[in-house]
Write a protein that binds this ligand. Structure first.
Ligand code: TXA
Ligand code: MG
Length: 334
């Protein structure tokens, strides 16, 4: 299917991707069309062996190669100079290319069977939360693509960590499941982490082209309450947002956690919907459920959703990056 120029949605360990033959420009343009993706937002090229790296990269810094050998297959994307054979539409005109080897048997088999690196962004309509289940892909892209391979719920739930090795020192473009400190340990030097990578604001010139767009958002307005280390303060702030919404006659939802959900029972009795994203003690589970939770918000018929923030540790960095981009952010003010 991929060899014939088709568009195939497939599971990876992070989120579902929408893939096409990297070297088939017409097919690649079909990805942008199906997603409604702006043409200046480049795709990630997925490979199944280290040899494939040379099909798409013009050069690979020694430290990036060492990192790839350790981290792949896995949730890490490495940006390196682009080989001229990679069509410009894949990289949105950039001289660099983003490459990753996914840790999912279905994804690896698909790439091998297709005998070509597969260019793939996440398999959602542009701007929507990324798909972590085949149903999410079907609901966004059903009649616009050729095939969806259902591999069940994805394991990690947020997209890969992206590190740009065309800069020295390397720069974190997007936090994800692969830890930055692990990268630093392997390459033996620091990685630059900007505020932008944490999900704050818009710089004049975004580092990763995809960073300037609205992202991961449900259609329902989302209010994020930042976590500053005091759970009591967080709960109080969420309560005041929700109480105000109820008073204004709105129907609010709360994206709570196992530890806090009982604190909203009275608001629930007054009509607020309360969902738990999981336990604060296992942020990996919160990450896995994140996009499903954001999609649910649009399905349960509410006017706004108030979501609790999490500590920016480990995968919490990726969770907060996504939530800040999806929401209007309110610092705790009580
Ligand atoms: O986990 C993942 O990375 C998933 C699965 C399917 O592999 N893919 C994914 O793709 O999240 P997408 O298109 O949703 O995000 C790709 C990101 C965008 O933010 C884009 O700007 C950035 O990668 N990117 C791609 N090529 C780049 C380049 N040459 N330089 C800088 N950023 C690049
Ligand atoms: Mg995406």
């Amino acid at each position: 299917m991929v060899r014939r120029g088709g568009l195939v949605a497939f599971p990876t360990e992070t989120v579902y991707g929408l893939g096409a033959d990297t070297f088939n420009e017409a097919a690649v343009l079909g990805i942008f069309r199906a997603k409604g993706r702006p043409p200046d937002n480049p795709l990630i090229v997925h490979i199944a062996s280290m040899d494939d790296f040379w099909l798409v990269a013009r050069s690979v810094p020694e430290s990036a190669w060492r990192l790839a050998e350790r981290a792949w297959p896995g949730p890490l994307t490495i940006v390196v100079p682009r080989d001229p054979r990679v069509p410009r539409s894949v990289t949105a005109g950039l001289d660099s290319v983003a490459v990753r080897m996914p840790a999912h048997p279905v994804a690896l088999e698909l790439i091998k069977a297709s005998e070509t690196p597969i260019a793939a962004p996440s398999a959602n309509i542009s701007g929507r939360p990324s798909p972590t289940r085949a149903e999410h892909v079907v609901s966004d892209l059903c009649d616009r693509i050729d095939l969806v391979i259902d591999g069940g719920e994805t394991f990690m739930g947020v997209e890969s960590t992206i590190i740009d090795f065309t800069r020295d020192p390397p720069v974190l473009l997007r936090p994800g499941p692969y830890p930055v400190d692990k990268v630093e340990e392997i390459i033996g030097s620091k990685v630059i982490v900007t505020n932008q990578a944490r999900g704050f604001g818009e710089a004049d010139r975004p580092l990763a082209p995809g960073m300037k767009y609205k992202h991961y958002s449900p259609d329902t307005p989302l209010v994020l309450v930042e976590y500053t280390g005091d759970l009591e303060e967080l709960v109080e702030s969420v309560r005041s947002h929700v109480a105000r919404a109820l008073k204004e006659g709105k129907r609010p939802a709360i994206l709570a956690s196992d530890e806090t959900r009982s604190r909203y029972r009275d608001l629930e009795e007054r009509g607020a919907k309360v969902l738990s994203m999981g336990s604060r003690r296992s942020l990996a589970v919160v990450a896995r459920r994140l996009y499903h939770g954001l999609r649910l918000v649009d399905e349960i018929g509410v006017d706004l959703a108030v979501v609790e923030g999490y500590p920016e540790e480990g995968i919490g960095l990726a969770i907060m990056n996504r939530l800040r981009k999806a929401a209007m952010t309110f610092p705790v003010t009580t």
